[in-house]
Design a protein around this ligand. Sequence first.
Ligand code: PLP
Length: 394
Amino acid sequence: MPASKKIQDSIERASWIRKMFEEGSARKAKFGAENVFDFSLGNPNLEPPAKFDQALRELAQSSVPGLHAYMANSGLPETRQAVADYLGRQNRATFTVDDVVMTVGAGGGLNVVFKTILNPGEEVIIPGPYFVEYNFYLDNHQGVPRVVSTKPDFSLDFGAIADAMTEQTRAVLINSPNNPTGNVYDEKEITQLGELLVESSEKLGRTIYLISDEPYRRIIYDGITVASIFDAYQESFVVTSFSKDLSLPGERIGYAAVNPAMSDKEMICAGMVLCNRILGYVNAPAIMQRILPELLEESVDVSLYKKKRDLLCDGLASFGYEIKKPGGAFYLFPPTPIADDVAFVAALQEENILTVPGSGFGGPGHFRIAYCVEDRVIEKALPGFERVMKKYQG
Ligand SMILES: Cc1ncc(COP(=O)(O)O)c(C=O)c1O
């Protein structure tokens, strides 16, 4: 057996992504890449801000000794200090260098946090629809996902979260702005979630952590703000990256931060630093850490994503799709006009429009459109979206 049984099963479970990718590649080969409208991946189409290129160029021309050397597993102190200062500006608490560990993207950060806190078989409650890689990340550390539904508008269902709490619950994992829905939880929800976690921790006699996965925090529209989970709950982690807001997904740079008031913080942080090392990351990419302090307040031009969102939402709504403009990220997650979301996505494929069935995110009866693509891709795809809708309208 070439791969372990478990990995063979995982390959099988993840196969719809591969199938979509293969179908997309086949269509691009047959019809030409410009005639295939690929909304299947959350790979930002915008280039990083000019300031990033500038900082990279300056660093390359400098002669910093040991630029490429190993460093502390937590990251460069000056980078962590800059992140701590940034977090201090964004939240009520004051952060120190010890509250921040630089990570290999948000994916690396989540693995570090899960490995640090999970005992085998412990559960993490995840409001769905959700980013499915969480299942694999949890499985890496013998954690168990407990997916709970959100309300039809994708807001948190506190009854469902409370009902999912067991003796084995270790954490609740949220993601706002959300992949795949684009939904942003409002401040009232985050406050209420904090209150529920205080109550549940008391009732169960153990700390239930809140982990907030926030790579889309700065991609928000219409004056919406993303509430601080640090202000709402003491036993909390923020995990994030610069993959989306600075368009640097290939550079694998992010961080995990703990609430400065977290109980047993020293042990948790020591655990995170060790886990960063023994997961084989060792430390987050050095060059990115060097230039990050200059870029913490920067992001891509979010108004360009807003334009794409509006173009797509207005077009789809005019064809009869049920559309509510999401407040953040670069995804739409509309209901499919037929119950079978896989069949609906297949019908779109016939129009060379590649999207992802909601079932792949624990949200059947929906489909995900990642609109981080060129405007002309949206413009050229709209007639196909209209034809498919007409087909089902009869
Ligand atoms: C919700 C969510 N969390 C985490 C990640 C992983 O991000 P990174 O590339 O920073 O590891 C992604 C990437 O698409 C995401 O959508």
